[in-house]
Design a protein around this ligand. Sequence first.
Ligand SMILES: [Zn+2]
Length: 234
Amino acid sequence: MTTTSPATTSSDARDRAREGVAATARRLAEAGLVIGTAGNVSLRFEGPTGPEVAITATGVVLADIDPAGVSVLDVDGHQLAGDLAPTSELELHLDALRERGGAVVHTHSPAATAVSLVVDELPCVHYQQLAIGGAIRVAPFEVFGSPELAAAVRSALAGKQAAILAHHGTVALGSDLTKAADNALLLEWAADLYWRAAALGTPRALSEAQQVAVIEVALRTGYGSPRPATTEEP
Ligand SMILES: [Zn+2]
């Protein structure tokens, strides 16, 4: 397949979106963030009809998913392509994709779910957590697939790139599929860190001033992005 052909059409965009969503779902399964048919992935992209959403279908095993297991809908949830019905958490995905675009990952990852059983918020215990908004809220339990759950997640995500769902799992956002999956992995790592610390004592959170200091340096130096080497000492 060439990417330079002038014949490239927006239905190629659908194919790429479906392939990308399937690959991300397999990555999450491989990393242990989702098991069996639990968890789902979506991406907003520009398709033949305008903004479209590629999303994992319900009942598909994510470890083995291929593009046929990914449905394409418009941003109001009407099916445009694919033979399978979308995930039961469709509303939660559409809410975030309409508001923020990019990609959404929903997992049942074990450390974050365990933390959801004992706290209402995962404190900011490591400075890297600032990449997803610092402290992460735990949305109260609501039945899966319900409008109540979608609303609770919407509130918990305000100003953040991720949220934890009590007795359920996580949601992570990103400007693309890679970033959304990276954010889901970062949240699970932070939850695991918190869990280990809580086994030793009461974890201390980074103070507001410490968080601000980190953000200032990160903005000034472009922390987390590759940059050319320099011979000067920082
Ligand atoms: Zn779920």
